[in-house]
Design a protein around this ligand. Structure first.
Ligand code: NOJ
Length: 761
């Protein structure tokens, strides 16, 4: 009886909520259909136009003109590059008070790793392997950006990156599809929350769809060519994850996919994205990527614009190919009214979902910025996020953590440098508000501090190189002194100190968009400095700031300890002090492999097997290896040290056989065997021993970040089901094949303990 009442209640709830959903959709559909029935062709095409008045950072040659007139005439669907309640109110007023149909505008921006409170670069954040933290940074960014009137974000960037020559590796989560997918979901949750109409949530955009991270030779905007198998198994999963998490918008990439530029690729934008994945948001191009299809050789602007619209692109960023040619194409029968209606409806739906039709000013509240942006609390989150993103690469004789009373020579071009703390793609951040390492160490050591600073070297001595890097402001500042004079000063200081902390690496804009490098070593100026410092025989700690993995073979030999901090964001110096002095015990793990030299690139842990694999690092004739460098990387995926040590033991399986409906629990015992408390990222990898297609030697399928007090132990469990064993086949089906699988659990992708399970037919 009770059971029956329960069933009835469940049924009522299900029906009721289904009705609720339908009626909501119907409401939106009805509203938009009515609006569209009043729209002219020009007004519909106007909605597909995204402009930037040039206030932000242009990422191409073009910026939009006649903005005011265009808005009033209904020729604009959204704007990016303007911020602040006042300016956004003015622009919104033009649309809702002066245009014929009063359709509100979308206000977008690139909020990649924080709005004003700048967090570590995304590659750095990914090294925290901390989904709660990553979600919190995205949430904070959304709070701040919406307080400044914005409602749409061009993030997360989820491009898998296996080539550190490509500058944009800084913007993503590294090389792994599983970790990348988890991070994509966390970021979408953080930006969008669970109610897009709320005035503190942003509509997120997953980008760059697709395969942009595989640009040939690591050169930005270059051609991509890849098998469907690799697309499905490696490059597409983070997009799928963001879409399943409800992301509102997808941005296309600049590159071609199977020979057709992404912005005009019907297979990608319609067959896969809409029909297969059921994406129901809208698709925006990248900056002038529609126009660039002319350079790709697909026709003139009118032809490529029609191609893009028909392929499934809804909004054209900056290029105005849609605005200026779609009507003509319609008149000439080169596209249908349906094509235009479909894209227009999707843009209007986004505005509806954001609540802009019921209140176009809902994100605009002049009292919010002061209360919300860059507060003591947001800075605290940034400091914590930075400390958690650092990766300890080397720590001989437990040189770190340092005692505060040591006499420290703080040396290097990035040691007292506000301009490079934020990292690339921090368009709304103010570098001058960031904390330098010198400030951070002094904050930590107080008035009696024994910290003395010398610059020691320029980031680079090459003025031509500096000019290319300094496009958004001075990042490389070439000193008036000679390089030798700077080194001499640093050496004098080093000799009268107990320990040398050298803060070295890349300027912010040495990575990021249009910042590819063919050499991924430190610039010569800094190499010389490090050699000279090492010669003093003083203990040498390198604090390494970079936007990409670097080749550091020589520096690794010379330094006693290396702390990789990436570009740490606004609280850089304080977070570095927290870790150097042991207030926070580093727990970050690499999410991109560090090669020994650039010739090993692309290098990644989950490479496929070859027919002539090399065993170990010894050269073997007629095996897959190099004459001049071992196959193994300098630091492998998942690697990172701690001030404590962790032991892995007792790998246990709940059973050895499973069928496709069952699950197995794999467990290990983790023990903190050192003297201080710490966190460890426990990683689960799987290798499928026999498959009908060639397969990765190992694939990440789970991870957990575990805190243990010194001496404490804990059992860590992972559940393995069919999804962890399945992969995409030639026919694009996702399924597992019966047989044996090796289960590895460990501290990084190379150091693991293992056991074997069998999937039965
Ligand atoms: C070009 C970049 O590729 C993209 O990531 C960014 O969102 C747009 N410019 C807008 O700034």
């Amino acid at each position: 009886m009770t059971m029956k009442r329960f069933d009835l209640l469940t049924l009522i709830i299900v029906v009721f909520s289904a009705c609720g959903r339908t009626s909501h959709e119907t409401e939106m559909d009805k509203y938009i259909s009515k609006l569209m029935s009043q729209m002219t062709i020009e007004e519909k095409i106007g909605q597909l136009n995204l402009i930037t008045p040039g206030g932000g950072i242009p990422t191409g040659a073009a910026v939009s003109t006649d903005v005011e007139t265009k808005i009033k005439e209904g020729n604009v669907g959204g704007i990016f590059g303007i911020t602040g309640p006042e300016k956004i109110r003015q622009a919104q007023q033009l649309a809702v008070e002066h245009s014929r149909l009063k359709i509100p505008l979308l206000f977008g921006s690139d909020i990649i790793h924080g709005y004003k409170t700048i967090f570590p670069i995304p590659l750095g954040l990914s090294c925290s392997w901390d989904m709660e933290l990553i979600e919190k940074t995205a949430r904070t960014a959304a709070e701040e950006a919406t307080a400044d009137g914005l409602n749409w974000n061009f993030s997360p960037m989820v491009d898998i990156s296996r080539d550190p020559r490509w500058g944009r590796v800084a913007e993503g989560a590294g090389e792994d599809p599983y970790l990348g997918s988890e991070i994509a979901k966390a970021m979408v949750r953080g930006y969008q929350g669970n109610d897009l109409t709320s005035n503190n949530t942003l509509m997120a955009t997953v980008k760059h769809f697709a395969l942009y991270g595989a640009s040939e030779a690591g050169r930005d905007y270059n051609t991509v060519d890849m098998s469907r198998l690799r697309m499905y198994n490696v490059y597409l999963p983070p997009f799928r994850a963001a879409i399943d998490a409800g992301v509102g918008c997808v941005m296309t990439s600049f590159n071609d996919v199977d020979g057709i530029p992404a912005s005009g690729n019907k297979w990608l934008l319609t067959d896969l994205l809409r029909n297969n994945w059921k994406f129901d948001g809208f698709v925006v191009s990248d900056y002038t990527s529609v126009n660039e299809m002319v350079d790709h050789g697909l026709g003139d602007l009118q032809a490529v614009s029609a191609l893009a619209l028909k392929a499934g692109l809804d909004m054209d960023m900056v290029g105005e190919g849609f605005l200026t040619t779609l009507k003509k194409s319609l008149e000439e029968g080169k596209l249908s009214l349906n094509d235009i209606n479909r894209a227009c409806r999707r843009i209007l739906e986004a505005k509806y979902k954001l609540g802009l039709f019921s209140d176009p000013y809902r994100y605009i509240d002049e009292s919010r910025p002061e209360k919300t942006i860059l507060t003591a609390q947001t800075r605290e989150i940034a400091r914590d996020a930075a400390a958690r993103s650092f990766v300890l690469l080397k720590n001989d004789k437990n040189l770190l953590p340092l005692k505060k009373d040591r006499n420290i020579a703080l040396i290097g071009p990035l040691a007292n440098n506000k301009n490079n703390m934020l990292g690339t793609w921090a368009v709304s951040g103010d570098p001058q508000l960031s904390i330098t390492v010198l400030e951070g160490l002094k904050n930590a050591t107080g008035n009696n501090s024994n910290i003395h600073y010398a610059k020691g070297a320029n980031i680079s001595d090459d003025p031509e190189f500096a000019q290319k890097v300094n496009v958004f402001g001075t990042r490389i500042d070439i000193d008036e002194r000679t390089p030798q004079a700077m080194i001499n000063e640093a050496l004098m200081l080093a000799k009268r100190s107990d320990v040398v902390v050298a803060v070295i690496g890349e300027a912010s804009e040495m990575s990021g968009e249009s910042s590819s490098r063919s050499s991924i070593s430190l610039p010569d100026s800094q190499k010389k400095l490090i050699r000279a410092l090492a010669n003093t025989k003083k203990p040498l700690i390198l604090v390494l700031m970079t936007g990409r993995p670097l080749a550091l073979e020589e520096e690794i030999q010379l330094a006693d300890a290396i702390l990789l901090t990436w570009h740490p964001g606004i609280e850089a110096g304080n977070a570095i002090a927290d870790v150097l002095f042991g207030k926070y015990n580093p727990s970050g793990k690499l999410t991109m492999t560090f090669p020994r030299n650039v010739g090993q690139v692309p290098i990644y842990y989950n490479h496929r097997t070859t027919g002539r694999p090399n065993s170990g690092d010894e050269f073997q004739k007629f095996r897959s290896n190099y004459l001049d460098v071992p196959n193994s990387p300098q630091f492998s995926f998942g690697y990172g040290l701690s001030y404590t040590t962790f032991a892995y033991s007792n790998i246990m399986l709940s059973k050895n056989y499973m069928n496709s409906n069952e699950k197995i629990t794999a467990s290990i015992k983790l023990t903190n065997t050192g003297k201080v408390d710490g966190e460890e990222v426990v990683q689960l990898y799987i290798y499928d021993k026999i498959r009908s297609i060639t397969q990765p030697v190992k694939e990440l399928k789970g991870f957990q970040k575990i805190f243990l007090k010194a001496g404490e132990s804990k059992d860590v469990h992972f559940t393995i089901g069919i999804n962890e064993l399945a992969f995409y086949h030639h026919d694009m089906s996702f399924k597992a094949e019966a047989g044996e699988f090796v289960i590895y659990i460990g501290t990084n992708s190379d150091e693991t303990i293992s056991d074997v399970i069998t999937l039965t037919e």
